[in-house]
Design a protein around this ligand. Structure first.
Ligand SMILES: Cc1cc2nc3c(=O)[nH]c(=O)nc-3n(C[C@H](O)[C@H](O)[C@H](O)COP(=O)(O)O)c2cc1C
Length: 200
């Protein structure tokens, strides 16, 4: 089985979402001895924002030599996603949404004819059987029913994106309120780690 492990926090060893994604991968590795793990660190090696040249190449309208390295990196990211049986993504919340590096990755992997297609009945996702696990960390509290819930545009956005791509097996582990204080942070991380320990 192929597992794709993606991180997007800029905070390296101090990152909560990275700690949770690593714990998730370790848990799955213990459960499936045969996992082949591919890692993608979008903070260390970000994909470029899509340019007109990138899009023209995607549409088969020529590949400028100066974009060859970027096109190869974007293509490799797409192939790694398609090849994955399990995808684990560490997601810090930045300004009510996902990091721009993760958005750039999404722009490289949402490709008509590869991960979704348009049919006479509307768009259809092509990633069907994959299991996707998001480990989300955020400073505030946005859980359903809380006053700030309407500001939540990271988890809700990623649910839409992966649903659009055909993923039905999506699990979300959230540690929130991390900026409120040490007590809240410890409790939130313990709660998230308990959910990771209970993953099938
Ligand atoms: C640039 C930046 C923007 C942030 N914006 C928000 C935000 O809008 N809402 C929130 O709850 N926390 C916000 N935070 C706090 C982070 O979500 C929190 O520190 C989280 O733990 C980050 O994940 P990480 O530890 O994996 O980097 C922000 C942090 C940074 C660095």
């Amino acid at each position: 089985m192929n597992l794709l492990h993606i991180d997007s926090s800029a905070l390296g060893a101090n990152s909560a979402s990275r700690a949770l994604s690593a714990a998730t991968v370790a848990k799955l590795q213990a459960a499936h001895g045969d996992l082949k793990i591919t890692t993608l660190d979008l903070a260390a090696t970000p994909l470029p924002h899509l340019s007109g040249g990138h899009l023209m190449a995607r549409m088969g309208m020529g590949e400028p030599p100066e974009l060859a390295t970027e096109l190869a990196a974007g293509g490799a990211a797409l192939e790694a996603l398609i090849a994955a049986d399990i995808v684990v993504i560490g997601v810090p919340v930045y300004n009510f949404s996902i990091p721009s590096t993760l958005k750039a990755w999404i722009d490289w992997v949402c490709v008509a004819g590869k991960t979704f297609r348009y049919t006479e009945h509307g768009p259809e996702g092509l990633l069907g059987g994959q299991r996707v696990i998001l480990t989300i960390s955020r400073g505030g509290v946005y859980a359903p029913g809380t006053p700030m819930a309407v500001f939540e545009h990271a988890e809700s956005y990623l649910r839409i994106v992966f649903g659009f791509l055909g993923v039905t097996d999506l699990e979300v582990i959230v540690a929130e309120g991390l900026a409120i204080g040490e007590e809240q942070k410890s409790a939130a991380m313990a709660g998230a780690n308990a959910k990771i320990a209970a993953l099938a």
